[in-house]
Design a protein around this ligand. Structure first.
Ligand code: NG1
Ligand code: MG
Length: 501
């Protein structure tokens, strides 16, 4: 499947926002003309996403169910041929006060990123780096084109709606399209965007980039990462009462760049350590251990076979296998926390080796690693995704409160086992449920950002009013913040190249 080329904004946005988007796109073109003269060659566009269910399991390679939102990143581009392998990027943002323009020259097709500073252009550079590396693999004689670039983003930053993935995916797409007249393959673009985002210091999974690239208007997306990346549209049945999703901001900003070592990146390490630990202690003696640090989801396949018998992975359903893993976790990870000493001893290695193998590329800070709690969250959340999909595909229309229960269970697990919620998110969920939401939970990485709520259409106004009264009225919000605090999410379309006039 390739990224569609579109020529009209009506191909990208729902009808009722096309007028407002037309103004925004015209403004982008005007800023481009002012900065560089003339019109851009094309615009690359990628949206943010909300995750319906499947939180913090993408990097363990379990399937997730996100959907694109209308908010997006649009990048106007003009490409200029290069005579050598050196090239220049002149980049500006429509919000020039907040995000100042820069000019970069890259020698010999090498893109260097200083991930130790928080600089807005790093996200463009990360997509650029991933795309240029891919293009070089295909054509070692590449003379990457110089680019004139203006970007505009409407996904709230640090809000759990994946502004970063929208930006890196749109950037990678812009660079790939500028340098090649070929169609851009969606899987290839997603894979580049996933690797790209790791260049800015976050050891992320692949959910956001998949949702940003693959989504189709009107459907959520069931994303599976193994054995290969696949993304399948999922439609919600017409239930009674009719359902919709509300997204509510907590206005607590979670910045992964700053808190990675104690939050996001630490969780990724804890999951990998849990996989290594279980492989080491629960396998029959003499079983060869993996040399690499595999994600929880796939690295336990060998272990499962050894432990439950070679036939088990063939005869047991995915759900039964996950239930087995929950039992194993309880049995072999009884402690509330594990020190580096304990883990190194179990893996029959030294602390230095442990640090070098698991904690060098993305540094983390922790005395204790909560292996049982994190693994239990991951296996039970992977199960909930499968149960959610079963309900959606059951043909029954009497599923609203069952879907909601699964989302509520996710929130409990995120709060208690994964410790990625915060008091404000818990409060938003509680208020919504009291006012009639079926299911309420944080969405995205957590520790702030947004929450998502499965709501009967006839309760939307009551829930909004309850949040206003009990939550938003207590914060000092600007009129724009108030306006954007709650949105009714409509599953939007994924990445496109706009090459119209
Ligand atoms: P957000 O909240 O959009 O930054 C992050 C990760 C996802 C996923 C979720 C938790 C990035 C770019 N994205 O999303 O891959 O792990 O958290 O489910 O880091
Ligand atoms: Mg992000």
């Amino acid at each position: 499947m390739s990224v569609p080329l579109v020529g009209a904004l009506a191909d990208i946005y729902p009808a009722d926002v096309v007028a407002a988007q037309t103004q925004r796109w015209q403004h982008l073109a005007a800023v481009f003309a002012e900065k560089f003269g003339g019109q851009p060659d094309f615009v690359a566009r990628s949206p943010g996403r909300v995750n319906v269910i499947g939180e913090h399991i993408d990097y363990s390679l379990y399937s997730v169910l996100p959907m694109a939102i209308t908010g997006d990143c649009i990048i106007a581009v003009r490409a200029v041929d290069s005579l050598t392998a050196d090239f220049t990027v002149d980049i500006a943002n429509v919000l020039s006060d907040k995000f100042p323009a820069h000019s970069f020259t890259f020698a010999d097709n090498k893109v260097d990123i200083d991930a130790s500073v928080l600089e807005w252009t790093n996200y463009f550079k990360s997509g650029l780096k991933g795309a240029v590396e891919l293009l070089i693999q295909k054509n070692s004689g590449l003379k990457a084109k110089s680019l004139q670039v203006v970007m505009d983003g409407t996904v709230p930053v640090g809000g759990g709606l994946s502004s970063s993935a929208a930006f890196t995916s749109a950037s990678a797409l812009a660079v790939m399209y500028a340098n090649s007249s070929d169609k851009i393959d969606k899987t290839e673009l997603t894979e580049v965007a996933i690797v790209s985002e790791r260049n800015v210091g976050v050891n992320s999974g692949g959910m956001d980039q998949s949702a940003s690239v693959f989504s189709l208007a009107g459907s959520a997306l069931f994303v599976t990462f193994t054995p290969t990346l696949t993304a399948r549209p999922v439609f919600f049945p017409e239930t009674k009462p009719e359902l919709c999703f509300l997204i509510a901001q907590s206005f607590v900003t979670a910045n992964k760049f700053v808190t990675g070592p104690i939050h996001y990146n630490l969780r990724v390490v804890e999951c990998t350590l849990a996989a290594a630990y279980l492989n080491a202690v629960a396998n029959p003696p003499g079983t060869a251990l993996r040399a690499d640090n595999g994600p929880l989801g796939v690295s336990l396949h060998g272990f499962q076979q050894a432990y439950f018998g070679a036939e088990s992975s063939k005869t047991k359903s995915q759900k039964e296998q996950l239930q087995d893993l929950l039992v194993v976790t309880e049995k072999y990870l009884p402690d509330d926390g594990y020190t580096r000493e304990q883990i190194a001893a179990a893996l029959n290695t030294t602390i230095d080796d442990l640090n070098a193998r698991y904690m060098a590329r993305f540094p983390v800070r922790a005395e204790q690693f909560k292996l049982r709690q994190r693994a239990t969250h991951v296996f039970s959340e992977a199960l909930r995704v499968l149960e959610f999909m079963e309900l959606l595909e059951s043909g029954s229309t009497d599923i609203n409160s069952k879907l909601g229960d699964l989302m509520n269970a996710t929130q409990t697990s995120c709060r208690e086992l994964y410790e990625c919620s915060c008091a404000e998110l818990d409060e938003l969920c509680r208020i919504a449920r009291d006012a009639g939401s079926y299911g309420s939970r944080l969405t995205g990485a957590g520790w702030g950002g947004c929450s998502v709520h499965l709501v009967p259409v006839d309760r939307v106004e009551a829930i909004r009013a309850a949040w206003d009264e009990h939550y938003y009225s207590k914060l000092q919000l600007t009129p724009e913040q108030k306006e954007g605090a709650v949105i009714v999410s409509r599953p939007g379309s994924g990445s496109v190249i706009f090459a119209g006039s």
